[in-house]
Design a protein around this ligand. Structure first.
Ligand SMILES: Cc1ncc(COP(=O)(O)O)c(C=O)c1O
Length: 494
């Protein structure tokens, strides 16, 4: 066992250095050229080197998976089918009971699709329960397609900052709306705070009230092991799980849906077209009953799916539990060190013993707007982070409410609207498999410097007409860093 862990760690060490974009250099506002520190993986992860290499190799054989008899078609079809099976085993989903299909460019497409599927599957049920911490993509599709959405509050029992979904509040609502609840849709990990929800406990509770459970796995798939089926108590199994390839180390790959086959089989597929029908007549059509074909109308993103399956294969070879523990150490260490810096407020429950986290830490520096902090981190430290509300407005507003109230007391009423964007938000540092302690050191040292030189940095920026912080003199030379037409010219030597 120890040998296995050691060899898996050796693989992790090797893979950590094999991502495209780890050596990207930019010129900073003070003229220095430094290597970018990428702390924006919650938005999109960098490309895994082996997945890119496998994709290049595969492209020698690329063809349409709906062609049948030539060599390349056979190879493409077999490997594309394998990609589906690979996802099922990655998520611990029994292939007899579950299917995987690729759709759109991310989680959003998959959730919209399933909201329509579940609406049609149980037309008599008109309520969906989600949490207040959901990304808009796990909220608005249910509002549009599936019925009335009720937002469940978060656990505040420790009197600290909000933690994960409040299981008692969920039970109260399941009990109150009983037969009307179609499904519960919950994020596995928050894209704002990185807080981890107890998805299997939530599944058990939802099932005990006859509700289905759908997991927004956009932030979960790349960060922790998932077991969709095979629990000793089958109520803990998940009915559906959706994630994004571009957050799982393969930019350009599709969104992924894993769902119980019996649900999908009981209604006509939501999307129709070529590739999913056995036969078509002028007055009728016959839909295939085999998966995943019946769920994938049109020509799919085959190269993206193959590259994604390659990345997943590598992650499984390392071991998702090992990846989780490695990242857990990094997040804990970052948070503990951030807590010691004066004027930094970290959002969400920060006591790891009460509430685990993975992937993201969101914060503000007292007396500085989030946009200014993110700009300074980029322009003077080459640290790439995200700011604003991360497409989770209700959650972010709840977390920053006290800061917001404090800030607005200093702002005259007539300036409130224009200043709102500047104060309503946070800065998010987020991590992937490639981040190292050196990246954390860089972040901590930058934050310390920013906190001690707040006023100096403020003088260097102004707010432009779009409400964004802009450096007074420094501007990135985009064309000189990268432009498609320049790259083509140099490639073709013209
Ligand atoms: C938790 C969560 N759900 C859904 C989404 C939407 O994913 P995509 O942009 O891949 O559609 C995101 C994206 O950040 C997310 O973090």
């Amino acid at each position: 066992m120890t040998d296995i862990i050691q060899s898996e760690n050796a693989l992790l060490k090797k893979i950590k250095n094999d991502f495209i974009g780890l050596d990207t250099v930019y010129t900073l506002a003070d003229g220095r050229k430094t290597t970018r520190v990428y702390l924006d993986s919650t938005a999109s992860t960098l490309m895994m080197g082996p997945a890119y290499d496998i994709l290049e190799e595969f492209l020698d054989h690329y063809a349409n998976s709906h062609s049948v008899l030539h060599f390349s078609a056979k190879i493409t079809t077999s490997q594309y089918e394998w990609a589906h099976q690979r996802v099922l085993s990655f998520l611990g989903a029994d292939p007899e009971k579950y299917t995987c299909f690729f759709t759109g460019s991310g989680t959003t497409a998959g959730i919209n699709r399933l909201a329509r599927v579940l609406r049609d599957y149980r037309k008599e049920k008109d309520i969906v329960l989600i949490s207040i911490m959901e990304h808009h993509s796990n909220d608005l599709p249910h509002r549009k397609h599936a019925g009335k959405v009720i937002h469940i509050s978060l656990d505040n029992s420790a009197q600290g900052q909000p933690g994960c979904l409040d299981i008692r509040a969920l039970e109260k609502n399941l009990d109150k709306y009983k037969d009307r609840v179609n499904y519960v849709s919950i994020t596995g990990i928050s894209n704002v705070t990185g807080i981890i929800n107890p998805i299997y406990d939530i599944a058990e509770l939802a099932h005990s009230y006859g509700a289905l459970i759908l997991i927004d796995g956009a932030q979960t798939a790349a960060h922790m092991p998932v077991q969709m089926s095979g629990h000793s108590n089958p109520d803990r199994d998940l009915d559906a799980f959706i994630f994004s390839g571009h957050k799982t180390y393969v930019p350009g790959s599709p969104g992924v849906v894993v769902c119980r086959k019996d649900i999908l089989l009981s209604i006509e597929p939501e999307e129709l077209g070529g590739g999913m029908v056995d036969d078509v007549f002028i007055d009728k059509y016959i839909i295939k009953d085999n998966f995943p074909d019946r769920e994938e109308a049109g020509t799919p993103n085959i190269p993206g799916a193959i590259a994604l399956a390659a990345a997943i294969e590598v992650m499984d070879k390392i071991g998702m539990d090992i990846i989780y523990h490695e990242e857990d150490e990094l997040v804990k260490n970052t948070m503990e060190r951030m807590k010691t810096i004066q004027d930094i407020a970290i959002y969400g429950e920060t006591d790891i013993s009460k509430c685990s986290r993975a992937g993201s830490i969101s914060f503000n520096i007292k007396g500085m707007d989030h946009g200014l902090v993110a700009s300074v981190l980029n322009d003077y430290f080459n640290i790439a982070v995200r700011n604003e509300c991360f497409c989770a407005h209700p959650y972010v507003k709840e977390l920053i409410l006290d800061d917001l109230l404090e800030a607005v007391t200093d702002i005259p009423d007539n300036e409130l609207e224009s200043k709102y964007k500047l104060i309503a938000g946070m800065v998010r540092a987020s991590f992937g498999i490639y981040n190292k302690h050196e990246d954390v050191d860089a972040l901590i040292s930058a934050l310390k410097q920013i906190v001690t030189q707040k006023n100096e940095f403020k003088q260097l920026y102004h707010v432009d007409e779009t409400g964004n912080y802009v450096h007074n003199t420094f501007k990135i030379d985009i064309e000189n860093n990268f432009s498609v037409s320049n790259a083509i010219n140099s490639l073709l030597n013209i």
